[in-house]
Write a protein that binds this ligand. Structure first.
Ligand code: 2NE
Length: 270
């Protein structure tokens, strides 16, 4: 399989193959921990994925065979956030989480090793998670002076249930890929050397289906959980579809032609 580079970055790889974009956190020396710079690059790549009509499915992963992502880079954790090369403390990984949830295309976490701390949250917010047998899952926040009480807690609880989510956060244990599968935290576990093939197969299956149907399903599943922000996205999709109707076009045309709109010819289904 020949992945083609979409764009060069410092901390991430950004590749394309057959309708699939693959974003790889490329800091294996630090178990693919992210700094604010890494996070800005992730945001930038995700924005590209949103805009590009040739990208149907996005895969998020980490470089190497040890880690998907080990969360925020503890070397740059300062007062008020993680400090990037500009010296400003930030928690901009939260923006990436929101982007993953709101991008109107399926996002698959290809979990190739440790998914720990903020790295665990990243896989949790992806639509699907496929893990290799060596993957290990867990939160560390309360052990290392941090926490993610947003999607990292509330959405996790929707995925694995309240008791398990509290166990994961309160005890900071590590869980095997098999345990993750049993608690519904991942969709499938495969041997490491099959991981990418499996992920591409899942992406290709989804690409045989209606992109708009997938978009609406994702928006609907999110809307139930994301309050007004979730409803806003679902409503935005409804507006997009409405704009594609003759009825909506009539409104705009009538305004420009300085006449009363004639709604009578459009269907009013029961
Ligand atoms: C990931 C884990 C379990 C891997 O363990 P192991 O034994 O395979 O590797 P090791 O030796 O711990 O790590 C290899 C190198 O990577 C660095 C280590 O410091 C080590 O460097 P050297 O000793 O060789 O110099 N490394 C690993 N994780 C790093 C990190 N997150 N930041 C900087 N360097 C890191 C084990 O390494 C581990 O437990 N890592 C820490 C995980 C963690 O606590 N992450 C932060 C959680 S808080 C967070 O992510 C967060 C949040 O809670 C809320 C909002 C935003 C972020």
């Amino acid at each position: 399989r020949e992945w083609k580079t979409i764009k060069e970055y410092k901390d991430i790889l950004f590749d394309y193959y057959n309708g699939i974009a693959k974003i790889t956190i490329n800091r294996p020396r630090y178990r693919n921990a992210f700094t604010p710079d890494t996070t800005m690059e992730l945001s930038n790549a995700l924005l590209y994925c949103r805009e590009c009509p040739d990208i149907n499915v996005i895969v998020l992963t980490g470089a190497g065979d040890k880690a998907f992502c080990s969360g925020g880079d503890m070397h740059v954790k300062g007062h008020g956030g993680y400090v990037g090369t500009d010296g400003v403390p930030r928690l901009n990984i939260l923006d990436v989480q929101k982007q993953i949830r709101s991008i109107p295309k399926p996002v698959i976490a290809m979990v190739n090793g440790y998914a720990i701390g903020g790295g665990h949250v990243l896989h949790v917010v992806c639509d699907l998670s496929i893990a290799s047998e060596n993957a290990i899952f867990g939160q560390t926040g309360p052990r290392v002076g941090s926490f993610d009480a947003g999607f990292g807690a509330s959405y996790l609880a929707r995925v694995v249930g309240q008791k398990k989510a509290r166990e994961i956060w309160f005890l900071c244990r590590q869980y095997s890929a098999q345990e993750a599968l049993e608690m519904g935290l991942v969709n499938k576990v495969v041997p490491f050397d099959r991981l990418e093939d499996e992920v591409v197969e899942w992406a290709e299956t989804m690409m045989q289906h209606s992109p708009l149907a997938l978009r609406m399903i994702k928006a609907g599943l999110n809307a139930e959980l994301d309050g007004q922000a979730g409803i806003q996205e679902l409503a935005g999709d409804a507006t997009m579809l409405y704009y594609m109707t003759d009825e909506a076009q009539e409104g705009g045309k009538a305004f420009l032609e300085k006449r009363k709109p004639d709604w009578s010819k459009y269907p009013k289904l029961p």
